[in-house]
Design a protein around this ligand. Structure first.
Ligand code: TXA
Ligand code: MG
Length: 327
């Protein structure tokens, strides 16, 4: 299949026409690029799974045309949920809610809960509003691989498998939405993401899901965000001595240059996520830099964790998952 990469107004019309025909298209969101299809059509949703090679037990996030449209697919049952929706939609927050009957079971992998969000990206918004129905959209990468943050990444992942990639330039946050569920007064974070934990604190008791709790979000269990090159992580303040790995070609990924006795690696193999130490900038560079290092023909990528604050939590979460061997 020929994959078209199109930008601008023409792209929106083309995307809507393809979605109406039951096709899948890649669209920019403010977090990462998504692979979208009509959430109410089981056949269209099935194409998402096929194109991504995603196991059918891993449910999809559904994206709404407007925040108010949530009532058409799920039940908002608590005041906390209502306030989160009012204050953070559109934006990078995904809520787990009880789904309505008519949502295909394939979307939620047989669950009664559905992950819902409303994207703030102007191009995504235009497409989903013109289409007039909710869109199921996981990240536009093959299952287990690094999420795409610009159109060329999507070409690399899905070129030849989908008819259209709408090019909206590099995404704003560069890391996926924060997924939460509300239980009583507790806001449980199932996946840290672009919306920082701290922003949720005024709304309830914020808790991180334990690793075991992650069974709630099955995609969280598997190894994920993986480069093909072996990747190991270093705690934030551990020293890295490349002579320990002298026989190997090594790449280094870390927040900023450090003073620790020079890292003795060719600069082509070193990436600083943000030379001024800005975690938002670091998040937006993370997946692109991982992808670049993965393309450098290295034996090993060493990634150093960043400070555990704000969006740093999400960066470290992705690095830890990328380092996990595939299961
Ligand atoms: O920013 C984002 O959230 C991006 C953009 C495209 O919107 N989407 C995204 O989707 O990251 P995906 O499919 O790559 O990750 C969604 C995660 C998966 O780990 C999935 O298991 C979990 O959300 N999930 C989806 N529906 C769920 C449900 N009903 N219950 C529990 N976990 C769910
Ligand atoms: Mg994904």
């Amino acid at each position: 299949m020929q994959t078209e990469v199109v930008a601008g107004a023409a792209a929106v019309g083309r995307a809507v026409a393809l979605l109406r025909a039951g096709e899948v298209v890649a669209l920019p969101t403010e977090t990462v690029y998504g692979l979208a299809a009509d959430a109410l059509s089981p056949a269209a949703v099935a194409r998402i799974f096929a194109v991504k090679e995603r196991p059918k037990h891993d449910p999809l996030i559904v994206h709404l045309p407007t925040a108010a449209a949530v009532e058409e697919i799920a039940t908002v049952s608590s005041e906390i949920e209502r306030r989160l929706i009012e204050d953070f939609w559109p934006g990078p927050l995904t809520l787990l809610l009880t789904k309505h009957e008519h949502i295909p079971l394939l979307v939620t992998a047989g669950r009664e809960t559905i992950a819902v969000r409303c994207s703030a990206h102007p191009v995504f918004q235009q497409v989903v509003r013109d289409f007039g129905r909710p869109l199921a959209a996981p990240s536009a990468n093959r299952f287990g691989r690094i999420s795409p943050t610009c159109a060329p990444h999507v070409v690399e992942e899905l070129g030849g498998r989908i008819p259209l990639i709408v090019d909206g330039g590099p995404t704003d946050h560069g890391i996926e939405s924060t997924i939460v569920r509300v239980i009583g007064r507790t806001i449980e974070i199932l996946r840290p993401g672009a919306l920082a934990e701290e922003a949720l604190e005024p709304y309830g008791v914020v808790q991180r899901a334990s690793r075991q709790g992650a069974v709630i979000a099955p995609g969280q269990l598997a190894s994920h965000y993986s480069p093909r090159t072996k990747l190991i992580i270093l705690e934030e303040n551990t020293l890295f001595d490349p002579t320990d790995h002298s026989e190997q070609r090594i790449g280094l990924l870390q927040l900023q240059p450090t003073t620790e006795g020079g890292n003795a690696l060719p600069s082509a193999c070193v990436r600083y996520l943000s030379s001024k130490g800005d975690l938002r900038e670091a998040a937006s560079n993370l997946f692109g830099f991982l992808r670049e290092l993965d393309g450098c023909g290295l034996d090993l990528i060493v990634a150093r964790l960043v400070p555990e604050q704000g969006i740093g939590l999400a960066i470290n979460d992705r690095l830890r998952r990328a380092a996990r061997p595939s299961s």
